[in-house]
Ligand binder design. Structure first.
Ligand code: VG1
Ligand code: CO
Length: 543
């Protein structure tokens, strides 16, 4: 048993995207591919000798193999201790919780989140810092730079570590501690929410359905919803994590969480439905025959936060990603607290939370969270909703409609065009950029363009600047069309078109979002020349 230095050649494609490095499984299985990236992380973070690292993943195909590789490399690179979830499992929010609770140096999370898994599915890896959050762009850029010049990595020759039993073992001088993946997280949830009130709600006959989509949150939901809160057995569906998510696409939206959607829109539907994604950080919220958009959900959590024990003293501020609707801005204005607009991806919220400037954060992509950890948190959002429902004793639909009546409704929809040829997708973006000069002031039917730009963000805490974060076409009445290229895909390019229109008139709040946004959708297609440039008549997914 000894440390071995292995020489290697750089790969040119290890640039982390919106949330770490994501590739097809076979790409990660190329000799040295994972090792190069892991060594690039270790070389970029300057961990002191003897530091503690957290390692865990969403349990998808290749999770176990990757963890063994990382443990041996951590031992060879001078770490003193690694905390790893039993079976190699840690949901993304649970990993963030563990990093913070045990004040570790950082953590490595293995996940491709909502992307499908399996031998031909996707795999991913990212580094989280000591605050529990995704590494900032400065760090991910350093990792990428290192990956382009790497010439060797260090590993430790030893047998695989047993991951399925709790307790400690050693790899050379490094200690490996296998921890329960659920306990620390469940305790944190219990410290934030009124569990007795939620328990009473569930005991009163209020029925819930949680779809874990055969992904990592199954054991968490079972332990918390059915275990600690007493939801009837079977409230958690698809609760057994599978390496390929049962062949599904573990993305909690109306398209991919169809099992749950059928139940919530069927006869005798439960009162509350929810789902989370591959790594447990996303959430979808449904009522009986009712869908809550993620942007509305963020606004609603903010408006009702003081009903929750963990937030009873109010919020320091809220933050949303740029494409997320401005529904939260209206609540922040009413509460007289700041609202920040950041680029897409959770890494941009970390500095704001660390500086105590925001408490709640959210993205339109089914992500909500707070400063209790530094990742978005699917089950946390579900518990937040259950706590509100227990306190207000109204239906999901009644709560949302009341919210719209008070603040107005931000109609919202996202169109995704997946798997486009990269050239065509880039062509749409550059065509839009080229038309900025002629667009301003131009009228299209009921809408007049006020301004358009490429969104850029200056971090108010560290002053770092991120440019080209999406094209914004802003209309005089506050409506918006946003165009962005995805940074999480592994095949071709995905173009996202985000549409938002504000409606103050209560008599129009019952409109279907697609109906209300029809004219804007037409404008988006016209301005972008999307159909002719990509050959696509219809989006792949509408959320
Ligand atoms: C997508 C979402 C973004 C989210 C990211 C990671 O990124 O749009 O809001 O933060 O996924 O989520 P992109 O670049 O593909 O639009 V997760 O749950 O996949 O870690
Ligand atoms: Co995710």
């Amino acid at each position: 048993m000894s440390i071995r230095t292995v020489s290697t050649q750089p790969f040119t494609d290890q640039k982390p995207g919106t949330s770490g490095l994501r590739k097809r499984v076979p790409a990660f299985q190329v000799p040295n591919y994972l090792e190069n990236f892991v060594q690039s992380i270790f070389d970029s973070i300057s961990a002191p000798t003897g530091a503690t690292l957290v390692v865990g993943g969403d349990g998808r195909y290749y999770n176990r193999e990757a963890i063994q590789i990382i443990l041996k490399m951590a031992a060879a690179n001078g770490f003193g201790k690694v905390l790893v979830g039993r079976g190699g499992i840690l949901s993304t929010p649970a990993a963030s919780c563990v990093i913070r609770k045990y004040a570790t140096f950082g953590g490595i999370i293995l996940s491709a989140s909502h992307n499908p898994g399996g031998p031909d599915g996707d795999f991913g890896i990212k580094y989280n810092s000591s605050n529990g959050g995704p590494a900032t762009e400065t760090v991910t850029e350093a990792i990428f730079a290192k990956s382009k010049t790497i010439s060797s990595y260090k590993t430790f020759d030893a047998a695989d570590v047993a991951l399925d039993t709790l307790g400690s073992s050693t790899l050379g001088t490094m200690q490996v501690e296998v921890i329960d993946p659920v306990n620390d997280y469940a305790e944190l949830m219990e410290s934030l929410f009124d569990f007795p009130a939620i328990r009473a709600l569930l005991a009163s006959g209020f029925r819930i359905k949680f779809d874990a989509m055969h992904a990592v949150n199954g054991p968490y939901a079972q332990a918390i919803l059915e275990g600690r809160l007493g939801a009837v057995a079977g409230s958690v569906m698809n609760g057994v994590p599978l390496e390929d998510f049962g062949g599904g696409h573990p993305d909690p939206n109306l398209t991919y969480a169809h099992d749950l959607v059928e139940i919530m829109y069927g006869d005798g539907a439960p009162d509350f439905g929810a789902a989370s994604d591959g790594d447990g950080d996303r959430n979808m919220i449904l009522g009986n025959h009712f869908f809550v958009t993620p942007s509305d959900s963020l606004a609603l959590l903010a408006a009702n936060a003081t009903l929750i024990p963990g937030y009873k003293n109010g919020l320091a501020g809220v933050a949303r990603s740029m494409p997320t609707s401005a529904a939260a801005d209206r609540v922040a204005a009413a509460l007289n607290i700041p609202c920040f607009e950041t680029p897409t991806g959770w890494k941009f919220f970390g500095n704001l939370m660390d500086a105590g400037r925001v408490t709640l954060c959210g993205e339109e992509s089914f992500g909500t969270g707070s400063s209790h950890v530094r990742e978005k948190d699917g089950l946390w959002a579900v518990l937040f909703w259950l706590n509100i429902l227990a306190a207000r004793k109204q239906s999901v639909e009644a709560i949302v409609r009341e919210h719209w009546a008070k603040y107005g409704r931000n109609f919202y929809s996202r169109y995704d065009y997946e798997g486009l040829p990269t050239e065509a997708a880039n062509g749409v973006m550059s065509h839009l950029r080229d038309s900025f000069a002629t667009l301003t002031g131009k009228a299209f039917g009921n809408y007049t363009v006020a301004t358009c730009d490429d969104f850029s963000y200056t971090d108010p805490v560290d002053g770092s600047v991120s440019t080209k974060q999406g094209i914004r076409i802003l209309f005089a009445d506050g409506s918006r069309i946003i165009f962005r290229l995805s940074g999480t895909g592994t095949e071709g390019a995905t173009l996202r078109v985000y549409l938002e229109a504000y409606e103050a008139d209560v008599s129009r709040h019952g409109l279907d979002a697609q109906e209300a946004l029809k004219e804007l959708i037409g404008i988006a297609l016209q301005l972008s020349e999307l159909k002719t440039r990509t050959g696509r008549e219809q989006p792949t997914v509408i959320t």
